[in-house]
Design a protein around this ligand. Structure first.
Ligand code: FE
Ligand code: FE
Ligand code: ZN
Length: 286
């Protein structure tokens, strides 16, 4: 079954209900949101009433909660442990985000592994694992999905081997997984025309069953550019057919696919992009 959706916004007044209604309006059956600004740590309280009502609407519309995603804010950086106070702040904030996921009943949390800045690469990767080990508790119902990054600046986690190292050093193996991102993989230097080769290497080193989400974005930049600038589906260097081949790859059939493509003149592109993905037929939309 195809699980397709997009990033949607979460606001104080409608909370999860607003998220679900936007997804339904877009003909999506999964979604992803930030529980507040992705650049700040300001967070409003989760309303249990709104959450319960949203779960009811999801049931009525066959939206599987197990496939839906929350994205942690960009500011959390577990890869740089050079400032102990900041590192602890990020771990504590991640703990709060995990609690918010659990309160919302959306138990998949995508997290950027972060940037090492001046810390040595190996140390940075270990620092990510250690941060996760401290943030997670044994009996929590949560999956942290470490995102495959483009390698922009000093980002870690832009190769299969680096992600493998992070996963190897986590204690709760049943709680840490991977989120792919087509734009990031392209910008990191893996040719998506040979996606099955990428998957073979991933499977051999990490295991395909570890992939719990894929961000579907075209890229404004060339293979290996290490840039991370998302483009609308069919308008970038990856191209519509290559993205369709990934979306419908049988090996990733049950993995939710989430669009994070840019708005066009302040308008959401998601309803159209979901439509052309479902129909597997490109039409110009910008
Ligand atoms: Fe992300
Ligand atoms: Fe992404
Ligand atoms: Zn990105």
């Amino acid at each position: 079954m195809l699980y397709i959706g997009s990033h949607v916004s979460f606001n104080k007044d409608t909370q999860l209900i607003g998220v679900v209604q936007t997804a339904i309006e877009n003909d999506a059956n999964v979604f992803m949101f930030y529980t507040g600004s992705n650049q700040s740590t300001l967070r409003f309280p989760i309303d249990k009433n709104l959450t319960d009502k949203a779960h009811q609407i999801m049931l009525e519309h066959n939206i599987d909660r197990e496939k839906c995603i929350i994205h942690a804010p960009f500011i959390i950086n577990l890869a740089n442990n050079s400032d102990e106070r900041k590192y602890q702040f990020y771990i504590d904030f991640l703990k709060q985000e995990i609690d918010r996921c659990i309160a919302l009943g959306i138990n998949n949390l995508v997290l950027h592994p972060g940037s090492h800045v001046k810390v040595a690469k190996e140390e940075a990767l270990l620092s990510v694992s250690n941060g996760l080990n401290e943030a997670l508790k044994e009996n929590q119902n949560i999956k942290i999905l470490i995102e495959f990054m483009s390698g922009k600046g000093t980002e870690v986690g832009s190769t299969i081997d680096e992600l493998k190292t992070i996963l190897e050093n986590v204690i709760y193996k049943d709680k840490v997984y991977i989120c792919l991102d087509t734009c990031h993989i392209n910008d990191a230097g893996y040719d998506l025309n040979n996606f099955d080769e990428f998957l073979n290497e991933f499977d051999q080193k990490i295991g395909i069953d570890k992939i719990k989400c894929i961000h579907i974005n075209d890229s404004k930049n060339n293979l290996g550019a290490h840039k991370d600038r998302h483009e609308n589906i069919g308008y970038g260097t990856i191209g519509f057919q290559t993205l369709i081949n990934i979306i419908y790859n049988k090996r990733l059939e049950d993995v939710p696919k989430i669009l994070e493509t840019p708005f066009i003149n302040d308008q959401s592109p998601y309803k159209t992009e979901i439509k052309i993905i479902r129909e597997k037929k490109f039409i110009e939309f910008k």
